[in-house]
Design a protein around this ligand. Structure first.
Ligand SMILES: [Zn+2]
Length: 402
């Protein structure tokens, strides 16, 4: 109540043209497509991974209340936000994090890479890595392959590609994909044969947006896009709007370089998207693809760029409910559906592109939560999220398996 009244006085301050201070999450009413378009094309920091009709949560920093008021948006207060700037500075812990702590703590970029390097050092035959490209800021990007090596004369291995952290602030996706890596290795090394890794290889891109992820630790916790310099002091392309399938169509992305859903100057203009594209095209027989996001607890399938049904509608209507059941089995409720129909149109997404080219099960999965904590999911929820992600992914492996 106290916080609410403070916020009301902040509103009053803004109304009297004085600077509003502090950071807040507010819920903007989105009754129609016109409002949604205005919001997604604005420079406001929308906090939903895929903005949609109904309502959208927005993070506002000092002085930004005036943008909402000037845009004549209707909104209500949700909660105060911790200042997302210089997050790392304020959260530095004295002790160094151990590899096993990935179930209890968020890992920064170097720790995530160290985690996979540690797996590779332990199992150099089963875990290998491949350089897939270089980011805008010049960082090497990696994919890790987990699976038995190809043997001469053997059947072609089925390849599953998954990626995390394409949206930098969706930290739980990085934690979850580390757990998938660990469990796949366990499946291969367990004394009892684990059917889900039979004749399959899992390719993991732990950080699909390393520049953005580093930026969320050092500078701004709620950063989403990559770190492309768009000129005029404006940065970032939404990598999940930069793929070629449906690029720029149906209002599912923005031409405003300052928007959270800025699509870039051309399909595959961004090296990070090109890197994942090249990986998928290089693995051999593609069996499936998952791009992890947060937050909404939704299993999304193509198309995202149009409400038209995908050619393999029956397949998606068969697979997605099975993933939903597996991910919901420990008590967290997930739902499923075609992205453009149950959320809103998002054009130029990675899973639309993989499905377009390979016609295999390709999903975008939104992890916890449904808005209470949003991107800043508390560390005590990492463990449980990892468990439900693994149950879903294991089910996926058995469904798409050869
Ligand atoms: Zn996302």
């Amino acid at each position: 109540m106290l916080r609410k009244s403070l916020f009301i006085s902040a509103l009053a301050l803004a109304g009297s043209a004085m600077a509003q201070e502090g950071w807040y999450q507010v819920r903007v009413s989105v009754p129609d497509q016109q409002t949604l378009t205005r919001l997604t094309n604005s420079s406001l920091d929308t906090m939903d991974c895929v903005p949609h009709l109904g309502s959208a949560d927005v993070a506002i920093g000092p002085g930004e209340l005036s943008k909402l008021l000037a845009g004549r948006f209707q909104f209500t207060y949700v909660r105060p936000l911790e200042d997302p700037r210089n997050w790392e500075e304020r959260h530095k812990s004295g002790s160094s994090i151990q590899v096993d702590d990935y179930r209890l703590h968020y890992f920064d970029a170097d720790q995530i890479l160290a985690f996979f390097e540690n797996l590779r050092a332990q199992y150099p035959i089963l875990v290998t890595r491949k350089p897939i490209g270089t980011t805008v800021n010049g960082e090497q990007m990696w994919a890790y392959r987990i699976g038995r090596p190809l043997q001469q004369g053997s059947l072609p291995i089925n390849n599953i590609v998954i990626e995390g952290l394409i949206h930098a602030r969706e930290w739980i996706t990085g934690a979850s994909i580390m757990h998938i890596g660990k469990m796949c290795v366990d499946g291969l090394t367990s004394p009892q044969p684990q059917a889900f890794m039979q004749n399959q290889a899992v390719w993991i891109v732990p950080m699909a947006n390393p520049d953005g992820y580093r930026y969320t630790w050092t500078t701004y916790r709620l950063w989403r896009k990559n770190r492309k310099n768009n000129g005029g002091g404006i940065y970032g392309v939404d990598l999940n709007r930069n793929y070629s399938t449906g690029w720029g169509q149906n209002g599912g992305s923005s031409t405003n370089p300052d928007s959270e859903t800025y699509r870039g100057t051309a399909p595959f203009s961004e090296p990070e998207a090109v890197a994942v594209q090249g990986l998928v095209n290089s693995v051999g027989r593609v069996g499936g693809f998952i791009d992890y996001h947060s937050y909404a607890q939704l299993i999304l399938w193509p198309w995202s760029y149009t409400t038209t049904r995908p050619p393999d509608l029956a397949m998606f209507q068969n697979v997605a409910p099975q993933l939903e059941t597996a991910m919901s089995s420990t008590g967290t409720n997930y739902d499923q559906g075609q992205c453009a129909r149950i959320l809103y149109i998002a054009s130029g997404t990675s899973n639309d592109w993989v499905y377009d080219i390979y016609r295999k099960p390709a999903f975008g999965i939104e992890l916890r939560d449904t808005g209470q904590f949003g991107f800043e999911l508390p560390e005590n929820q990492i463990f449980g999220t990892q468990d439900e992600v693994w149950l879903g992914f294991k089910k996926f492996l058995t469904i798409v398996g050869p």
